[in-house]
Ligand binder design. Structure first.
Ligand code: HEC
Length: 98
């Protein structure tokens, strides 16, 4: 019985610490990519709604490494400010938008 409580406690703590994709999206992406990622950011980006998580992660990793389109300078500092966990969480959130 004791073991179960310990496991529950660990599960609760890791849930609290897990990056929250929806919060990250609201705080760091929403202003440009819009509600449900359906806008062209600054009228320049592709609409990323409908992208799968792997494509979003690859693209944002690219910005970290200085790759991207003509407006990549906008995305670079944003991409660099995301940890791998944040990026995974926010990519999962974006790919789940309907
Ligand atoms: C200040 C406005 C702004 C914010 C905030 C912003 N973006 Fe972007 N994003 C852009 C622009 C502009 C582009 C197009 C850049 C280019 O030319 O490659 C872009 C492109 C992208 C692309 C690739 C789409 C394409 O056109 O190839 C992805 C994926 C992306 N952003 C994800 C995110 C995520 C995730 C966040 C939040 C962590 C975010 N963006 C926050 C402006 C923004």
């Amino acid at each position: 019985m004791k073991k179960i409580w310990t496991l529950l406690a660990i599960a609760a703590i890791s849930t609290l610490m897990a990056a929250d994709g929806a919060e990250i999206y609201k705080a760091k992406c929403f202003s440009c990519h819009g509600e449900k990622a359906a806008k062209t950011a600054l009228n320049k980006s592709q609409v990323i709604a409908g992208w799968d998580a792997a494509k979003i992660i690859a693209s944002v990793q690219g910005y970290k490494n200085g790759e991207g389109g003509p407006m990549k300078g906008v995305m670079k500092p944003i991409a660099s400010g995301l940890s791998d966990d944040d990026l995974k969480a926010v990519a999962a959130t974006i790919s789940s938008f309907k």
